[in-house]
Design a protein around this ligand. Sequence first.
Ligand SMILES: [Zn+2]
Length: 400
Amino acid sequence: MFSTVLNYSSFMTLLKEHYLATVTAEELARNLLETATGEDDNPNFVDSTYLSRIWNGEREIAKDIREKCEFPSNKRAVYDLFKTVIVDDLVEPLKDDYFDKLASLIDNDETITASKKKSLKNQFESGDLGKYLANVFMYALNKPNKGYVTKLDFDDGRLFEEVDQRCPLCDEPLFKKRTDRTLYFFSIVKIFPDIASETKKADFESIHPKPADQNDIKNKICLCNSCAENYMFNPTTDIYDRLYRFKKRAIVNKGIVASASTRLDEEIKDILGNLKECDTEADSFKRLRMKPLKIVNKIYPDNRLLIKAIKDDNNAYYNYIKENLSQLDSYKISFRKVAHEVADCFLSLAEATDDQDAIYNGLIQWILDTQMLPESYRNAAHIVISFFVQNCEVFDEITE
Ligand SMILES: [Zn+2]
């Protein structure tokens, strides 16, 4: 079956159907892509798997490739290749069919504007077929190559929900609503990627260790097609770090939702009771402004999962914590005391890092450490910290 849009995949498939049988699909694809990127002398630039995936419309064209194709010298080389080799290697009796089918593919593609269609048509009619094909190819290369799905299987659905239905890197929504169905546009990538080079692998491992099983769902994350492609094609340690931390937070969030609530109630009470015992005469206590800020003004907007975690905790436990604090003798004093403890710890953590995730986790760890609580109290500590982040001076207001 043939796609009704012009993209790299449909362009190459149509070309191959009318091309010399002695040239394999991979040879044709490799020759064209290496010429277009100026990487003819670099046999490792793209591997066979990647070529077959883009041929089948299963992956996007990487940004790296698209950028290299824009160099004037590479554009000229593509033009020469079409003019001197490819047009000649089309099977002679099939040539008319080929150009007819290509023209109707362009004509039927609703994503191409009328003026672009007209300009391509003019190029065809001018008779320079090499130039026409080179232009169609370059245009196709810059169009989305990967399709959408309308149903999610179980694991994909979990990963899609885990990122809150948006790309964790660029925040684009990963679906489009149509009247009769939902179209999903995303790719699942490995957080610790498949890397051939040992030195590069070591760079990644020095940031966060390689997981025991790279194919496990814990090493997978849902991204938009274009971010996914860029990461798969050229994984960087910077993006690796961001994905790793995003995933870690998503797993913590899920653990909280799942944990049993009665035990949690008791654990929260324990923590609040312990926090109450603190010194109100300390200097830092006086610095504390009890100025509630909205979460959105405290957490960096790209840290959506942290915002969501704090909101979820508060939606579920705000009243419970408030009630318990009020039972600790006089509510006002207790709250100030407890808030002071938390804020004081926040200030010392904030001196060391401005990474909000790290500070947030540091606060939780601090509760566990100072109160000598077991790891099982982590969810309760998470909820208590969320309460203080929302209701007092933990995290400064983000300055615009
Ligand atoms: Zn993205």
